[in-house]
Design a protein around this ligand. Structure first.
Ligand code: SF4
Length: 218
């Protein structure tokens, strides 16, 4: 039987992927972007088979009913997968809430699944000028802007956040980012420090070099 979504991994228990909720997290295979600091770069290739059956997740959630608050679709970029709507519907059918981590790379698929989503962790990558320097994708900014608009015009609970890549963004860029997001209508933008855990070796060296020069943004 072919799977409705391609799942690369599954975390059965997390308290950090949806604020104030205890959730399981499904990591979906594939992402069109190549962010410098990606710590999931081993699952970015979209055609690779993830190998974990969706039934396994449904079965686990049903057994833990009452102990977990919901399921988060993370990635990779979950909206890359056409079957996301169907998968989210199945999670709702067993009476779980659904969270979504996205950078907004696929606004059309996001629009389709949005009515089924209870909470979104939306990653804004940078100021418009620097979007491509982080994602290495020329359509990333346009798609992210469309997706941000969709989310802002929906009733879905959302946390907008930015991981600050100190190899690209400097303090003045952070100020520019805050101004831009405020102008878009985003009331709060959570800034996160980049972690070197799981990033590729070259990027890790760049970070260490910056640390030794004491240039890391705090
Ligand atoms: S959007 Fe997320 S999964 Fe995709 S490359 Fe960037 S950090 Fe990695």
């Amino acid at each position: 039987m072919s799977e409705i979504i391609n799942i690369a991994g599954y975390n059965k228990y997390s308290t950090v992927d949806w604020p104030e909720k205890i959730v399981s997290v499904a990591f979906l295979q594939g992402c069109p972007w190549k962010c410098n600091y990606c710590h999931n770069f081993t699952i970015l290739e979209p055609c690779k088979k993830g190998g974990l059956p969706f039934e396994y997740i449904l079965d686990h959630l049903e057994k833990r009913y009452g102990l977990l608050d919901g399921l988060v679709f993370s990635g990779g970029e979950p909206t890359m997968q056409k079957g996301l709507y169907q998968a989210a519907k199945k999670i709702k059918n067993i009476e779980y809430t659904v969270g979504l981590h996205t950078g907004g790379a696929y606004p059309e698929n996001l629009a389709k699944v949005l009515p089924l989503i209870d909470w979104i962790g939306f990653d804004i990558k940078a100021t418009p000028r620097l979007y491509k320097n982080i994602t290495h994708n020329s359509s990333a900014l346009d798609n992210a802007k469309k997706s941000i608009n969709l989310v802002l015009n929906s009733n879905v609970d959302v946390q907008f956040r930015t991981t600050i890549d100190p190899t690209v963004m400097k303090p003045a860029d952070i100020k520019e980012l805050q101004k831009w997001t405020q102008n878009l209508g985003i009331k709060e933008l959570v800034l996160q420090e980049v972690r070197d855990m799981g990033v590729n070796e070259q990027y890790k060296k760049e970070l260490q070099n910056l640390q030794s020069q004491n240039l890391l943004t705090k």
